[in-house]
Design a protein around this ligand. Structure first.
Ligand SMILES: CC(=O)[C@@H](O)[C@H](O)COP(=O)(O)O
Ligand SMILES: NCC(=O)COP(=O)(O)O
Length: 249
């Protein structure tokens, strides 16, 4: 296996550049400019979440990203007909199916695959057949991982939010328990032949133990990097994150 194939990939999520832009309703800062900067800074991919309420990334953003990126686009989307049609129009490198609730501040939980297997199996089939790498954003839960495997998803992305929240709130025993659960479920998913990714809430203080999990092949990180960019620049924030990821392997 080439060194590249072993490299832990970093997907930079640029949603919250659009959050800042939308705060004034104008066109600055441009998420696409941020994506191009992230590419130059070493991002292995760009992740963008087109939410149903378009609170940050918009349809023109996705159009522009699909046209200009030179690294893979990971299109995060809810399991709706509207989003499926948009994905099939652009055929991004990857799609990640995520749960959405209008009232949530951010993605709170993983997709409830186990309760919706038949619909989701039919939902992802045309995306997979079109050539998109289909990922399911789920909790570190055996039942959900088994269901993701049964519906034919080749990739899962483990939600690291509970782990990161516990760290931020000083609940270190909870944090360590969450980390153990993520480690166990990454190994279990790998044993089923699933490719394992992880993301949500990761920052400089929390990325190391997740990056050290050998079965994890890709991290998607956004909110922390965009926040850190305010202080040190997006390129420096990405470079620092990259160093921490490499040091953990
Ligand atoms: C699925 C996921 O964890 C991220 O894409 C996250 O959803 C970022 O977008 P929000 O901050 O709008 O939740
Ligand atoms: N799927 C996770 C992602 O894309 C980035 O999440 P966050 O770092 O913005 O919380």
């Amino acid at each position: 296996m080439s060194e590249d194939e072993n490299r832990l990939r970093l997907g930079v999520n640029i949603d919250h550049v659009a959050t800042v832009r939308n705060a004034r309703g104008g066109s600055w800062p441009d998420p696409v400019r941020a994506a191009k900067l992230a590419e130059r800074a070493g991002a292995d991919g760009i992740t963008a979440h087109l939410r149903e309420d378009r609170r940050h990334i918009t349809d023109p953003d996705i159009e522009a990203l699909a046209e200009t990126l030179t690294v893979p686009l990971n299109f995060e989307m809810a399991a709706t007909d509207e989003m499926q049609a948009i994905a099939l129009r652009h055929v991004p490198h990857a799609v990640c199916i995520v749960p959405e609730k209008r009232e949530e501040r951010t993605t709170e939980g993983g997709l409830e695959v186990a309760k919706d297997e038949n619909r989701l199996a039919h939902f992802i089939a045309p995306l997979r057949d079109a050539g998109c790498r289909v990922s399911i954003f789920i909790a570190a839960d055996r039942k959900q991982i088994e269901a993701a495997h049964r519906i034919g998803a080749p990739v899962i992305e483990i939600h690291t939010g509970a782990y990161c929240d516990a760290h931020a709130e000083g609940r270190f025993a909870d944090r360590d328990a969450e980390l153990e659960r993520i480690r166990d479920m990454a190994a279990f998913a790998d044993s089923l032949g699933l490719e394992v990714h992880a993301g949500h809430g990761l920052g400089f203080e929390t990325v190391g133990p997740i990056a050290a999990i050998p079965q994890v092949k890709e991290l998607n990180i956004g909110h922390f990097l965009i926040g850190e960019a305010i202080f040190s620049g997006l390129d420096n924030a990405i470079a620092h994150m990259r160093r921490l990821m490499d040091a953990a392997r």
